[in-house]
Design a protein around this ligand. Structure first.
Ligand code: ATP
Length: 244
Protein backbone atom coordinates (compact mmCIF):
# COMPACT_ATOMS: atom_id res chain seq x y z
CA UNK A 1 0.00 0.00 0.00
CA UNK A 2 1.36 3.43 -0.91
CA UNK A 3 2.25 5.97 1.73
CA UNK A 4 0.23 9.17 1.96
CA UNK A 5 3.07 10.77 3.95
CA UNK A 6 6.64 9.63 4.04
CA UNK A 7 9.71 11.00 5.79
CA UNK A 8 13.13 9.66 4.87
CA UNK A 9 16.34 10.32 6.80
CA UNK A 10 14.97 13.36 8.61
CA UNK A 11 17.38 15.40 10.69
CA UNK A 12 15.97 18.46 12.44
CA UNK A 13 16.13 20.50 15.64
CA UNK A 14 16.39 23.99 17.08
CA UNK A 15 19.14 26.63 16.83
CA UNK A 16 21.87 24.20 15.98
CA UNK A 17 20.75 21.60 18.57
CA UNK A 18 19.87 18.43 16.72
CA UNK A 19 16.80 16.57 18.01
CA UNK A 20 15.98 14.16 15.16
CA UNK A 21 18.71 11.84 13.94
CA UNK A 22 17.73 10.32 10.60
CA UNK A 23 14.06 9.43 11.13
CA UNK A 24 12.27 7.24 8.58
CA UNK A 25 8.47 7.12 8.90
CA UNK A 26 5.65 6.09 6.55
CA UNK A 27 1.93 6.67 6.99
CA UNK A 28 0.13 4.29 4.62
CA UNK A 29 -2.89 5.76 2.80
CA UNK A 30 -6.08 5.35 4.83
CA UNK A 31 -4.28 4.01 7.90
CA UNK A 32 -3.93 5.28 11.43
CA UNK A 33 -0.38 5.46 12.77
CA UNK A 34 0.61 6.24 16.35
CA UNK A 35 3.99 7.74 17.15
CA UNK A 36 4.85 6.67 20.68
CA UNK A 37 7.70 7.75 22.89
CA UNK A 38 8.59 9.26 26.24
CA UNK A 39 8.82 12.97 27.10
CA UNK A 40 11.49 14.74 25.11
CA UNK A 41 11.87 11.93 22.55
CA UNK A 42 11.27 14.39 19.72
CA UNK A 43 7.66 13.57 18.79
CA UNK A 44 6.54 17.20 18.58
CA UNK A 45 9.69 18.11 16.68
CA UNK A 46 9.01 15.35 14.14
CA UNK A 47 5.39 16.40 13.63
CA UNK A 48 6.36 20.05 13.26
CA UNK A 49 8.96 19.09 10.68
CA UNK A 50 6.50 16.92 8.75
CA UNK A 51 3.92 19.72 8.59
CA UNK A 52 6.53 22.34 7.70
CA UNK A 53 6.57 24.43 10.89
CA UNK A 54 10.24 23.51 11.31
CA UNK A 55 12.64 23.00 8.40
CA UNK A 56 14.18 19.57 7.79
CA UNK A 57 17.97 20.02 8.03
CA UNK A 58 18.34 17.06 5.71
CA UNK A 59 16.26 14.19 4.42
CA UNK A 60 13.05 14.34 2.40
CA UNK A 61 9.31 14.41 2.92
CA UNK A 62 6.74 13.30 0.37
CA UNK A 63 2.97 13.77 0.57
CA UNK A 64 0.69 11.97 -1.90
CA UNK A 65 3.92 10.99 -3.68
CA UNK A 66 5.05 14.60 -4.18
CA UNK A 67 8.23 16.02 -2.66
CA UNK A 68 7.12 18.70 -0.18
CA UNK A 69 10.37 19.01 1.79
CA UNK A 70 10.68 22.73 0.99
CA UNK A 71 6.96 23.53 0.85
CA UNK A 72 5.46 26.02 3.36
CA UNK A 73 2.88 24.73 5.84
CA UNK A 74 0.00 26.58 4.21
CA UNK A 75 0.62 24.82 0.92
CA UNK A 76 0.74 21.45 2.69
CA UNK A 77 -2.60 22.27 4.32
CA UNK A 78 -4.14 23.21 1.00
CA UNK A 79 -2.84 19.90 -0.29
CA UNK A 80 -4.86 17.99 2.32
CA UNK A 81 -2.80 17.93 5.51
CA UNK A 82 -4.26 19.14 8.82
CA UNK A 83 -2.31 19.71 12.02
CA UNK A 84 -3.70 19.78 15.53
CA UNK A 85 -1.18 21.07 18.06
CA UNK A 86 -1.50 20.31 21.77
CA UNK A 87 -3.27 23.65 22.24
CA UNK A 88 -5.49 22.98 19.24
CA UNK A 89 -7.89 25.96 19.45
CA UNK A 90 -8.00 29.75 19.73
CA UNK A 91 -9.28 30.30 23.30
CA UNK A 92 -10.43 33.89 22.66
CA UNK A 93 -12.64 32.95 19.72
CA UNK A 94 -16.08 31.34 19.89
CA UNK A 95 -16.61 27.69 19.00
CA UNK A 96 -18.18 28.73 15.69
CA UNK A 97 -15.31 31.10 14.82
CA UNK A 98 -12.78 28.38 15.62
CA UNK A 99 -14.56 26.12 13.14
CA UNK A 100 -14.54 28.91 10.55
CA UNK A 101 -10.80 29.37 11.11
CA UNK A 102 -10.31 25.66 10.53
CA UNK A 103 -12.08 25.89 7.18
CA UNK A 104 -10.86 29.33 6.21
CA UNK A 105 -10.27 28.49 2.58
CA UNK A 106 -13.60 26.71 2.02
CA UNK A 107 -16.16 28.64 -0.04
CA UNK A 108 -19.34 29.94 1.68
CA UNK A 109 -21.72 27.03 1.10
CA UNK A 110 -19.01 24.40 1.55
CA UNK A 111 -18.11 26.07 4.84
CA UNK A 112 -21.72 25.90 6.08
CA UNK A 113 -22.10 22.24 5.02
CA UNK A 114 -18.89 21.33 6.76
CA UNK A 115 -19.83 23.15 9.97
CA UNK A 116 -23.15 21.23 10.00
CA UNK A 117 -21.25 17.98 9.60
CA UNK A 118 -19.01 18.87 12.55
CA UNK A 119 -22.10 19.61 14.67
CA UNK A 120 -23.44 16.16 13.77
CA UNK A 121 -20.20 14.53 14.83
CA UNK A 122 -19.83 16.72 17.94
CA UNK A 123 -23.32 17.66 19.23
CA UNK A 124 -21.81 19.41 22.29
CA UNK A 125 -20.24 21.95 19.95
CA UNK A 126 -23.62 22.88 18.47
CA UNK A 127 -24.96 23.59 21.95
CA UNK A 128 -21.87 25.66 22.78
CA UNK A 129 -21.38 27.33 19.41
CA UNK A 130 -21.49 30.88 20.81
CA UNK A 131 -19.23 30.12 23.81
CA UNK A 132 -15.59 31.13 23.87
CA UNK A 133 -13.34 28.14 23.26
CA UNK A 134 -11.39 29.11 26.39
CA UNK A 135 -14.50 28.61 28.52
CA UNK A 136 -15.01 24.99 27.46
CA UNK A 137 -13.95 22.02 29.57
CA UNK A 138 -10.65 20.36 28.63
CA UNK A 139 -12.47 17.53 26.90
CA UNK A 140 -14.77 19.80 24.91
CA UNK A 141 -11.82 21.95 23.91
CA UNK A 142 -10.06 18.87 22.57
CA UNK A 143 -13.19 17.89 20.62
CA UNK A 144 -13.26 21.42 19.17
CA UNK A 145 -9.59 21.04 18.23
CA UNK A 146 -10.38 17.84 16.35
CA UNK A 147 -13.43 19.42 14.67
CA UNK A 148 -11.43 22.52 13.71
CA UNK A 149 -8.75 20.31 12.15
CA UNK A 150 -11.38 18.29 10.27
CA UNK A 151 -13.03 21.45 8.87
CA UNK A 152 -10.57 21.60 5.99
CA UNK A 153 -11.62 18.08 4.88
CA UNK A 154 -8.06 16.78 5.18
CA UNK A 155 -6.84 13.51 3.75
CA UNK A 156 -4.32 13.30 6.60
CA UNK A 157 -4.75 14.51 10.17
CA UNK A 158 -1.55 15.00 12.17
CA UNK A 159 -2.17 15.35 15.93
CA UNK A 160 0.13 16.17 18.80
CA UNK A 161 -0.85 14.41 22.04
CA UNK A 162 -4.63 14.61 21.85
CA UNK A 163 -4.84 12.99 25.31
CA UNK A 164 -2.83 15.73 27.04
CA UNK A 165 -4.73 17.01 30.08
CA UNK A 166 -7.77 14.84 29.46
CA UNK A 167 -9.60 12.63 31.94
CA UNK A 168 -9.86 8.92 30.97
CA UNK A 169 -13.52 9.47 29.96
CA UNK A 170 -12.57 12.10 27.39
CA UNK A 171 -9.56 10.09 26.21
CA UNK A 172 -12.02 7.32 25.36
CA UNK A 173 -14.29 9.77 23.54
CA UNK A 174 -11.41 11.22 21.51
CA UNK A 175 -10.32 7.70 20.54
CA UNK A 176 -13.89 6.88 19.48
CA UNK A 177 -14.24 10.00 17.37
CA UNK A 178 -10.90 9.36 15.68
CA UNK A 179 -12.16 5.85 14.94
CA UNK A 180 -15.21 7.35 13.17
CA UNK A 181 -13.05 9.76 11.14
CA UNK A 182 -10.66 6.95 10.27
CA UNK A 183 -13.56 4.72 9.14
CA UNK A 184 -14.58 7.54 6.77
CA UNK A 185 -11.18 7.26 5.06
CA UNK A 186 -9.05 9.75 6.95
CA UNK A 187 -5.37 8.87 7.39
CA UNK A 188 -3.98 9.69 10.82
CA UNK A 189 -0.62 10.33 12.44
CA UNK A 190 -0.94 10.75 16.21
CA UNK A 191 1.93 11.48 18.59
CA UNK A 192 1.06 10.07 21.99
CA UNK A 193 2.39 8.78 25.26
CA UNK A 194 -0.88 7.04 26.02
CA UNK A 195 -0.77 3.40 24.97
CA UNK A 196 -4.58 3.30 24.68
CA UNK A 197 -4.27 5.07 21.34
CA UNK A 198 -2.92 1.85 19.88
CA UNK A 199 -6.53 0.57 20.09
CA UNK A 200 -7.62 2.67 17.13
CA UNK A 201 -4.30 2.42 15.25
CA UNK A 202 -3.12 0.12 12.48
CA UNK A 203 0.55 0.74 12.97
CA UNK A 204 2.93 2.23 15.50
CA UNK A 205 6.40 3.74 15.63
CA UNK A 206 8.40 4.26 18.84
CA UNK A 207 10.72 7.26 18.94
CA UNK A 208 13.43 7.54 21.56
CA UNK A 209 16.26 10.06 21.68
CA UNK A 210 15.31 11.33 18.22
CA UNK A 211 15.54 7.90 16.60
CA UNK A 212 12.90 5.32 15.67
CA UNK A 213 13.78 2.38 17.91
CA UNK A 214 10.98 0.00 16.90
CA UNK A 215 7.88 -0.10 14.73
CA UNK A 216 5.23 -2.61 13.83
CA UNK A 217 1.53 -3.50 13.69
CA UNK A 218 -0.42 -1.83 16.49
CA UNK A 219 -1.55 -5.24 17.84
CA UNK A 220 2.01 -6.47 18.08
CA UNK A 221 3.32 -3.27 19.65
CA UNK A 222 0.42 -3.20 22.12
CA UNK A 223 1.16 -6.69 23.35
CA UNK A 224 4.90 -6.18 23.47
CA UNK A 225 5.70 -6.15 27.19
CA UNK A 226 9.13 -4.72 26.52
CA UNK A 227 7.70 -1.64 24.79
CA UNK A 228 4.95 -1.19 27.36
CA UNK A 229 7.29 -1.52 30.31
CA UNK A 230 9.91 0.72 28.81
CA UNK A 231 7.66 3.58 27.78
CA UNK A 232 4.38 3.58 29.59
CA UNK A 233 4.96 2.52 33.17
CA UNK A 234 3.10 -0.73 32.55
CA UNK A 235 3.82 -3.54 34.93
CA UNK A 236 2.73 -7.17 34.43
CA UNK A 237 0.09 -6.25 31.89
CA UNK A 238 -1.57 -3.56 34.04
CA UNK A 239 -1.69 -0.02 32.73
CA UNK A 240 0.10 2.38 35.01
CA UNK A 241 -0.50 6.03 35.76
CA UNK A 242 1.05 7.18 32.50
CA UNK A 243 -1.76 5.58 30.51
CA UNK A 244 -4.65 7.32 32.27
P1 ATP B 1 6.83 15.93 24.98
O1 ATP B 1 5.93 14.80 25.04
O2 ATP B 1 7.43 16.29 26.32
O3 ATP B 1 6.32 17.13 24.22
P2 ATP B 1 8.34 15.21 22.65
O4 ATP B 1 8.64 13.78 22.37
O5 ATP B 1 7.24 15.84 21.87
O6 ATP B 1 8.11 15.39 24.19
P3 ATP B 1 9.93 17.44 21.76
O7 ATP B 1 8.96 18.44 22.31
O8 ATP B 1 10.00 17.27 20.29
O9 ATP B 1 9.69 16.01 22.43
O10 ATP B 1 11.37 17.80 22.34
C1 ATP B 1 12.55 17.12 21.93
C2 ATP B 1 13.76 17.87 22.44
O11 ATP B 1 13.82 19.16 21.83
C3 ATP B 1 13.76 18.11 23.95
O12 ATP B 1 15.05 17.92 24.42
C4 ATP B 1 13.33 19.56 24.07
O13 ATP B 1 13.90 20.14 25.22
C5 ATP B 1 13.90 20.18 22.80
N1 ATP B 1 13.08 21.31 22.35
C6 ATP B 1 11.74 21.30 22.14
N2 ATP B 1 11.29 22.49 21.70
C7 ATP B 1 12.38 23.30 21.66
C8 ATP B 1 12.60 24.69 21.29
N3 ATP B 1 11.59 25.47 20.87
N4 ATP B 1 13.86 25.15 21.38
C9 ATP B 1 14.88 24.38 21.79
N5 ATP B 1 14.76 23.07 22.13
C10 ATP B 1 13.52 22.54 22.08
Amino acid sequence: MSAILSGKGIHSGYDGVKVLWGVDIDIPEGKSVVLLGPNGAGKTTLLRTLVGLLPAWSGSITFHGRDITAEPTEKRIRGGMAFMSEQGVFPDLSVLDNLRMGGYFLKGRDMETRIKRMYELFPDLLRQRRSLAGSLSGGQRKMLGVAKALMSEPSLLVMDEPSAGLSPKYVKEVIEILGVAHAEGLSLLIAEQNVLFLQQADYGFVLEGGRIVTHGDADELGSSDAVRRAYFGVRDGHLGEASA
